[in-house]
Design a protein around this ligand. Sequence first.
Ligand SMILES: Nc1ncnc2c1ncn2[C@@H]1O[C@H](COP(=O)(O)OP(=O)(O)OP(=O)(O)O)[C@@H](O)[C@H]1O
Length: 247
Amino acid sequence: MIKAVNVCKSYDTGTAQFHAAKSVNLDLYEGDFTVIMGSSGSGKSTLLYLLSGLDTLTSGEVYFKGQRIDEYSEKEITYFRSNKIGYVYQSIHLIPDLTLLENVAFPGYVAGRSKSEVHHQALNLLEMVGIAEQADRLPSQVSGGQQQRAAIGRALINSPEVIFADEPTGALSQEQGTIILDILTDMNRKSQSIVMVTHDIKAACRADRLVLVEDGSIHGILELGKYSTDQLKARENQIFKFMADKE
Ligand SMILES: Nc1ncnc2c1ncn2[C@@H]1O[C@H](COP(=O)(O)OP(=O)(O)OP(=O)(O)O)[C@@H](O)[C@H]1O
């Protein structure tokens, strides 16, 4: 579904070039829950932004379903971002003056869709993420976990082909984080493709496929297959061992 070919990203730090992504070659598959893991500063978010067309490459190619997105025009990339992908961030960024329902619906209106269709779908999405009762509240009137659930609804409003999530549980309590991971796992079971960055092993256990990034390069890939709750401990051990072997 997504293919990176020799992808590089460098930053000019004044005195030298810093290479945040170094000749990355990677294939991500439709229907997978892919997790990108690695230590702090290893280049996880950089890679996520490059794969999702939210940042420009220094060199290389990124394909989405065979189309080269790094060569898209401004108009094409704007369409791609608002219709083909959904994004969930660690810092949730809901619009403070809009209710949860309005926040979820907003990208649907921006995409020019019919108001009643978007409204109906936003209500369904709030139901799906379990916060229909809070639909008319402002973000400041609900918990961080409920805000993140609304952010997931917002990411889904235009039925994206893939959801990119950057540390979606990073700012939440363990309990709230587990609810978010359960929602993502559930969505994936219904065939939603997901690419998630995390440094939390419990979150990484949800992956079908784990991509380990170190120092801007792919350090290894672990195939895990579909997750079920009774596998949590066994998967944690498998991931620990995989990471220890790579050190
Ligand atoms: N605009 C920038 N200018 C210079 N260096 C940058 C810039 N953005 C990121 N970097 C560097 O690139 C490297 C990779 O950053 P990135 O945010 O991708 O790491 P990460 O693995 O997601 O880290 P974390 O887990 O701490 O969020 C880091 O060393 C970071 O300091």
